[in-house]
Write a protein that binds this ligand. Structure first.
Ligand SMILES: [Zn+2]
Length: 414
């Protein structure tokens, strides 16, 4: 594990100034682009499949599909929204993926091996409360603040039964400001913050689950019209946020497979101001009568609480490996920066050897294959994608999204 990381890290973390200008930097952030050949090598696959709409990289353990002109991607059957729209196109030979998305995939999303359970302290944050009802449904009658409290208490019981220490931002119907929630997480010494919400949209047909983590510095959220923000406290934990968000969303999406709306990114207050890894999940729509009935069903609540607690446990079993991987990444970045600094300080000296080109040659150490210990997902990966609900159409914001943003903008969430 360590050896391969050294190899692929040494290939990945090269100073931007060495990269060809045309490929150096996406407009929206600081990470370089990665070419199709590079991504292919990073995934450890010998080929890719292009069907005119999506490009798919697969081996016996992983299947990752990126769509032309869309930020949604498919990672082993789970929907993950990218931070940057892939550039270029496969057909013209200049397709590229942002370096930051490839980094998140490599370090936080694709590794599947679980180690020992780290005794992380979890703080559960039932959304809204007291004077703030959150969203509500009239038929059947339910208030978001009651549903989120009930769900958080159920999730907490399961986590405690599994041996984790659990705290809550509230355990009764009390009013809490958003900054109270981040403060309580800090005072509790929490390692993991999970904010529980139910969704609401203008379109009564909107359904399904979505999970949010903070966008990285300089990248917009996934909602239509979202603008990038600068660095936030929560950006200290970009890789851990991604691992936590993916771990929880993957399990939630299994409970509600037809309604996998994806691991998304938005700069909600509790995500940007909480100092430990944080996730905000929306486990169903109170604006959808059928889904609301389902959310009131104790059996479904139990399944959902189990999925969320399983996701948190999975995070706690992977976080040690992620800590190591991130530390190695930082070390290699620092070394590369130091080499570059020395080079700039001695302009007369011969420039350092060029870093490995974006186009890999056989002599370069290829980025290693992501280590996985799971059964193959399919034998005909890219030819017959095995999603229960294939992604079709576009990633244009669904009609309900503007209403959804309005709801957040009222201060209920963000
Ligand atoms: Zn809410």
């Amino acid at each position: 594990m360590t050896a391969f990381r050294l190899n692929f890290l040494s290939l990945f973390w090269v100073p931007l100034a060495w990269l060809p200008a045309a490929l150096s930097e996406p407009a929206s952030g600081a990470a370089p682009w990665r070419t199709l050949t590079y991504v292919q090598s990073a995934f450890g696959v010998t080929n890719y499949a292009w069907d005119g709409d999506s490009v798919c990289f697969s081996n016996s353990h992983n299947l990752v599909r990126f769509y032309q002109g869309r930020r949604k991607s498919d990672v082993n059957g789970t929907t993950v929204w990218l931070n940057a729209l892939p550039g270029g196109s496969v057909s013209t030979g200049n397709w590229r993926l942002s370096g930051i998305d490839l980094d998140f995939l490599q370090l936080a999303v694709l590794p599947q091996e679980e180690g020992a359970l780290k005794p992380v302290r979890v703080i559960l944050d039932p959304g809204h409360g007291g004077e703030d009802n959150g969203a509500s449904s009239k038929d059947p009658q339910v208030r978001e603040k009651d549903l989120t409290l009930s769900m958080a208490l159920q999730i907490g019981k399961k986590l405690q039964a599994a041996g984790l220490s659990v705290a809550y931002t509230r355990t009764n119907d009390t009013t809490l400001a958003l900054d109270d929630r981040s403060r309580l997480a800090r005072e509790a010494g929490a390692d993991v913050f999970v904010s529980v919400h139910a969704n609401y949209a203008g379109n009564a047909d909107a359904a399904g689950v979505e999970t949010y983590v903070l966008p990285p510095n300089g990248y917009p959220g996934t909602a239509d019209g979202s603008r990038p923000r600068g660095w936030q406290i929560g950006n200290r934990n970009d890789f851990h946020n991604t691992l936590l968000g993916f771990s929880v969303h993957k399990k939630l999406a299994v409970v509600n497979q037809a309604g996998d709306r994806g691991l998304k990114r938005q700069s909600f207050f509790v995500l940007r101001e909480t100092s430990c890894p944080a996730v905000l999940l929306e486990f169903g729509f109170l604006s959808n009568r059928t889904e609301t009935r389902k959310m009131l069903d104790p059996g479904w609540q139990d399944k959902c609480a189990l999925a969320i607690s399983d996701g948190i446990l999975s995070y706690a079993k992977k976080v040690d490996a992620l800590d190591k991987a991130v530390a190695e990444k930082r070390k290699h970045e620092a070394e590369a920066n130091e080499r570059w600094r020395l080079h700039l300080a001695a302009p007369a000296a011969k420039p350092p050897a060029a870093p490995p080109a974006l186009t890999l040659s056989s002599s370069n150490a290829a980025p290693a294959t992501v280590t996985v210990l799971v059964p193959p997902v399919s034998n005909q990966f890219c030819v017959t994608a095995s999603r229960a609900a294939p992604l079709t159409g576009t990633n244009a914001a669904p009609p309900e999204l503007n209403t959804l943003i309005d709801f957040y903008a009222t201060g209920k969430v963000e």
